[in-house]
Design a protein around this ligand. Structure first.
Ligand code: NAD
Ligand code: ZN
Ligand code: ZN
Length: 368
């Protein structure tokens, strides 16, 4: 089959032929219809995240079941499905404590780019090809464990729904699952890319009273206003921390979300939230960046909270149908997030759009 392959960091992703074995017991073979491009893919391509190589990236995918292995009961050939980069086994230490994104089976799989059994279904000329971010969706087909596919209604357009697979479940989940923002809360969001816009939509769903979005790109600030931002800040001209106090009567926002992938913005978030406020790290800064909290006793004495967020603390089998239903009810705008559609051959062009911060989300229309 054709797949967009990364052979070495800082080299172009190129479409080539790779081999994919058939589904084994408990696995599903999916024909990919569409797959979005996320900054986490770009970070691997540009070398700011290490990854096993060569690798097929793409983890925001939807498709149609083509074949199932022995014992698969929840889906059948012909079903439309969302692919989940991070499902949960339901049985490990973390799953049994209701922390599905920390599942020891599937979080390991996400970072190793291998199936839970330690192998990859992908190869080229007999050599292993890694299954990037536990999906490898920039390809015509993918092998997924049964628990990593969720059936969706046959009339849901897959080239729209695919953005739920990462951006939307991460951003909306950061608000509803990770932070559990309450009605009327004030929120600041750093970054208005696909993830930040999904956080903005989550804040609107949570009925936050003030949603302040920070982004240096004017086009993205104006898009944020259409997705529920009440205020936008250009960090090139206005200090977001000062704005947090000015826009909340001197108190500071209740929640700050870092969705740009820069460690310094976590520090800004800590300064922007009120005493008792919560900072959520959603963006994934380059591996060599860290933060410092000078006068950390002030952090302690003001009872601030700093929490990480992986894929929106999603419970895939519960949340993906919920997010599809919110879209069907007109309460979640997916179409508006997708500014470009391109064929698989143009994966590198799609990455270039993201590097230039043009548009918002690009969807690769693989099989549609
Ligand atoms: N935690 C998770 O599970 C998870 C899931 C998906 C993506 N991510 C990460 O989230 C981050 C965002 O991903 P994306 O796909 O939306 O990327 P993106 O490139 O589309 O958006 C990033 C945005 O940050 C903005 N930005 C840059 N500097 C800024 C600043 N100083 N202040 C405010 N905004 C600034 C950019 O203009 C851009 O609009 C990436 O780091 C990605 O790896 C994390
Ligand atoms: Zn992603
Ligand atoms: Zn588990």
């Amino acid at each position: 089959m054709r797949a967009a392959l990364l052979v070495a960091p800082k080299t172009p992703v190129a479409v080539t032929d790779v081999d994919l074995r058939g589904p084994r017991a408990g696995e599903v073979l999916v024909r990919i219809a569409a797959c979005g491009v996320c900054h986490s893919d770009l970070s691997v391509v540009d070398g700011s995240f290490p990854s096993a190589l060569p690798v097929v990236l793409g983890h925001e995918a939807a498709g149609v079941v083509e074949d199932v292995g022995a014992g698969v009961t929840s889906v059948a050939p012909g079903d439309q499905v969302m692919l989940c980069p991070l499902p949960s086994c339901g049985q490990c230490y973390f799953c049994s404590r209701n922390q599905p994104t920390l599942c020891s089976v599937y979080s390991a799989s996400l970072f190793s780019s291998l199936l839970p059994d330690g192998t990859s279904p992908l190869s080229r000329n007999g050599e292993i090809v890694y299954r990037g971010l536990a999906t490898a969706g920039w390809a015509e087909q993918a092998i997924m464990p049964e628990v990593a596919v969720v059936r969706i209604d046959p009339d849901v357009p897959l080239d729209v729904a695919c953005v739920i697979g990462c951006a939307v479940q991460t951003g909306v989940g950061a608000v509803l699952n990770t932070a559990q923002v309450e009605e009327g809360a004030t929120v600041m969001i750093f970054g208005a890319g696909g993830i930040g816009i999904a956080v903005t939509q989550g804040a609107r769903l949570a009925a936050a009273s003030r949603v302040i979005v920070v982004d240096p790109v004017a086009e993205r600030r104006s898009m944020a206003l259409g997705f529920g931002a009440t205020d936008v800040i250009d960090p090139g001209t206005d200090d977001p921390v000062t704005a947090s106090y000015e826009l909340t009567g001197g108190i500071g926002v209740d929640y700050a979300f870092e969705a740009a992938g820069q460690a310094a913005l976590l520090e800004a978030g800590i300064n922007a939230v009120r005493p008792g406020g919560t900072v959520v790290g959603v963006g994934a800064p380059p591996i060599d960046q860290g933060i410092s909290i000078p006068g950390v006793v002030g952090f302690t004495a003001t009872e601030k909270k700093l929490i990480g967020c992986l894929l929106g603390t999603v419970h895939a089998q519960r949340d993906i149908p919920k997010l599809v239903a919110l879209w069907q009810a007109g309460r979640l705008d997916l179409e508006g997030m997708i500014t470009h559609r391109m064929p698989l051959e143009q994966t590198e062009d799609a990455l270039d759009l993201m590097r230039r911060r043009e548009g918002l989300r690009t969807v690769l229309t693989v099989g549609s």
